[in-house]
Design a binder for this molecule. Structure first.
Ligand SMILES: N[C@@H](CCC(=O)N[C@@H](CS)C(=O)NCC(=O)O)C(=O)O
Length: 202
């Protein structure tokens, strides 16, 4: 299978982490969707990354669908609980929280790239406030635990790492580590994993 993406996309990072953690063989192809010649719009009608092209040419999108599909391919490890409905919901809720941080950070960035006189301060504030609340919620839910959910790594951890790494990339002024030392310590620990190191290296 082949994963189309870019190194800056947090949604791509999340699914790369899933594929790496589960040791699923794949080719990772950097394909910015807006570049001439990009394959993305030809395989994903939404024209977005990540897009996972299976060996039979089926295209899987978007990142929660890719993550769930990849998780179903093997049990080592199981990243989305299969039999415990509440635990499964909590993992998917973590993913939604992390994806929401990514969505809001991407919206702030899009707004900030517009000419200054056309930027909507209200829109920027709305999204920045959502990120601030989501980080507080994440810090509160995590507490001093090692993993976001249960006693082993899940998709929740991989999604949260991706969201926080994206804030480091796009919102350098935001001191989320100072505001939430427990998230900072957890993120530093996650940064020691081979999968995380590999995606942060490019
Ligand atoms: N909900 C989607 C969001 C994917 C998304 O918005 N990807 C961005 C890159 S971060 C994209 O491909 N945008 C289209 C573009 O840049 O033209 C997912 O989870 O996969």
């Amino acid at each position: 299978m082949k994963l189309l993406g870019t190194n800056t996309s947090p949604y791509v990072r999340k699914v790369r982490l899933v594929l790496l953690e589960k040791n699923i063989p794949h080719d990772y192809v950097v394909d910015p969707p807006r570049e001439p010649g990009s394959l993305v719009a030809r395989v994903n009608p939404l024209g977005r990354i990540p897009a996972l092209i299976l060996d039979d040419e089926t295209c899987v999108f978007d990142s929660p669908v890719i993550a769930e599909y990849a998780d179903s391919l093997n049990d080592k490890p199981i990243l989305i609980p299969r039999n415990d409905a509440k635990a499964r919901m909590r993992v998917k809720r973590w993913e939604a929280l992390a994806d929401g941080i990514m969505d809001s950070a991407a919206a702030v960035r899009t707004e900030s790239l517009r000419p200054a006189e056309k930027q909507e301060a209200g829109n920027i504030n709305l999204h920045n406030n959502a990120i601030t609340r989501a980080l507080a919620y994440a810090a509160d839910q995590l507490g001093v635990r090692e993993w976001c959910e249960g006693d082993s790594i899940t998709l929740a951890d991989l999604a949260l790492v991706s969201a926080l790494a994206y804030l480091d990339l796009r919102q350098t002024e935001r001191d989320w580590r100072g505001a939430h030392p427990n998230l900072a310590a957890w993120f530093a620990r996650m940064g020691g994993r081979a999968s995380v190191r590999a995606t942060l290296a490019g």
